[in-house]
Design a protein around this ligand. Structure first.
Ligand code: ADP
Length: 289
């Protein structure tokens, strides 16, 4: 298992080390077209992605087996945040989708429902957390409550302003309880976003992904940049750091997030649950069954 999980040669640096947010990094300066730590090309991606999907799936199965048998109650939470078209759905489909759905808990967070609005903003988040052995996937997350909510002034500044510390405390509680949090901030350039939105308008099979409101959010990009900057500055912690993933090249973003998940799972040093029965005795029983 350890050899299988080793970083492929095409990576010159561990994605975790090159992508972890460093204090001082400016969102406005992120090169969204870059492929940090990766020396390969787009043409290397399909084979490598398939191979690494297999590594991820094997580790996920081990995590699931531990949870299922009660030998280990830990879990993983993948938090995907990014502007429209950044590729969150592609990560879910092409990366997480390689795993066994039984062990995945996927939740997308849209505009809060009336019931959700009646509760604290972390209520719906807590309700969606992964149980033992599961990988939770948040397609948007509690960070919307300091992103869209801040940009659109849905609550007063003192209210959203208090949320950064609250989110840090919440994530500390989760990690202390055994959830490894992998936070991924996905950045796409305005040009690339325009190209992806245009494609959605050109192709009938993509209309369903187009939302006229996306153009209104696009116009607010400077305000979103400021909001993302504060998220990274205030909520990238030792126990739940942000990873800044350039997403103009989808193939790179997918490879990178796959490695982040593999690294997180590998770091948990999982082992297969031992048999809770006498293996030899069962073999004998089976032979004569
Ligand atoms: P997507 O656009 O990701 O495909 P949806 O159509 O379900 O998904 O809607 C997501 C929308 O919900 C986004 O515009 C997002 O900003 C908004 N949203 C998510 N969380 C909140 C929140 N807490 N408050 C207000 N709007 C939110």
């Amino acid at each position: 298992m350890a050899a299988m999980s080793a970083l492929p040669d095409l990576w010159t640096h561990k994605p975790r080390s090159v992508l972890t947010f460093r204090p001082g990094t400016r969102v406005a300066d992120i090169d969204t077209n870059a492929t940090p730590g990766f020396s390969g090309e787009k043409s290397d991606a399909p084979d490598l992605q398939a191979e690494r999907n297999g590594v991820f799936a094997a580790l996920q199965e081990q995590l699931y087996a531990c949870g299922k048998t009660g030998t280990d109650s830990r879990s993983v939470l993948l938090v995907l945040q990014g502007m429209d078209t950044a590729g969150k759905g592609g990560i879910v489909e092409h990366v997480v989708g390689a795993g066994n759905p039984m062990g995945i808990r996927y939740t997308s967070f849209g505009v809060p429902t009336a019931e959700e609005r009646a509760h604290h903003y972390l209520w719906r988040i807590r309700n969606a957390l992964p149980g033992p052995g599961k990988i939770g996937v948040f397609d948007r997350s509690h960070y919307e409550d300091v992103l869209v909510v801040r940009v659109h002034e849905l609550v007063p500044p003192d209210v959203w302003g208090a949320r950064y510390d609250e989110i840090n405390a919440f994530e500390k509680e989760l990690t202390d309880a055994g959830t490894a949090i992998v936070k991924v901030a996905m950045f796409v350039s305005l040009d690339e976003q325009k190209r992806r939105l245009a494609e959605r308008l050109e192709r009938p099979d993509k209309y369903w992904k187009y939302n006229p409101g996306d153009l209104d959010e696009r116009a607010l990009w400077p305000a979103y940049q400021d909001a993302y900057q504060t998220v990274l500055d205030r909520t990238s912690t030792e126990y739940a750091p942000w990873h800044v993933v350039p997403c103009d090249r989808k193939w790179y973003a997918r490879l990178a997030v796959t490695e982040l998940l593999i690294e997180a799972l590998h770091g948990m040093q999982l082992s297969w649950p031992p048999a809770d029965f006498d293996v030899e005795a069962e073999k004998k029983r089976l032979a004569s069954a």
